[in-house]
Design a protein around this ligand. Structure first.
Ligand SMILES: [Fe+2]
Length: 139
């Protein structure tokens, strides 16, 4: 598997919206916990607990984000992407329960790393730019 390193928090990750920033920080912590789990080969012992924390994150922070994005025209499409995230996590969780948990952990880490770079850093960023632009114009 491609080596995946920790994501280090960068000042430019801050959006100025506390709930979104809390979500980003929490996502990075979860990502980095999974890097540790994979690197230290703790998958069998730690993955169930990790999945609980990840699902808790998804339930709270994706919803908070959708509330912040309510003025965004493409909200339905964005919500569908969040639903794909939740569904993918659920599929990987089933894989882990039924098959090889080490492979499942690696697959999950690849998925979370991709989600950070493709969704949080790109798709969320585009929405946030639009939402902020709408707010500025409404003033
Ligand atoms: Fe999002």
């Amino acid at each position: 598997m491609k080596e995946i390193d920790y994501i280090q928090w960068q000042p430019e990750f801050k959006t100025g919206i506390d709930k979104i920033d809390d979500g980003r920080l929490q996502f990075i912590k979860l990502h980095n916990q999974l890097v540790d789990i994979v690197n230290k080969e703790y998958c069998n012992q730690k993955i169930v607990e990790f999945l609980y924390a990840l699902i808790h994150y998804a339930e709270h922070h994706l919803l908070n984000e959708e509330i912040c994005y309510r003025s965004f025209d493409g909200l339905a499409e964005h919500k569908a992407r969040h639903q794909t995230f939740v569904n993918t996590i659920s599929e990987i969780r089933n894989d882990i329960a039924e098959k090889n948990s080490v492979k499942g952990c690696e697959k999950l880490l690849l998925y979370l790393n991709g989600w950070f770079h493709n969704h949080i850093m790109q798709q969320d960023k585009e929405v946030l730019n639009t939402v902020k632009h709408n707010q500025d114009n409404a003033l």
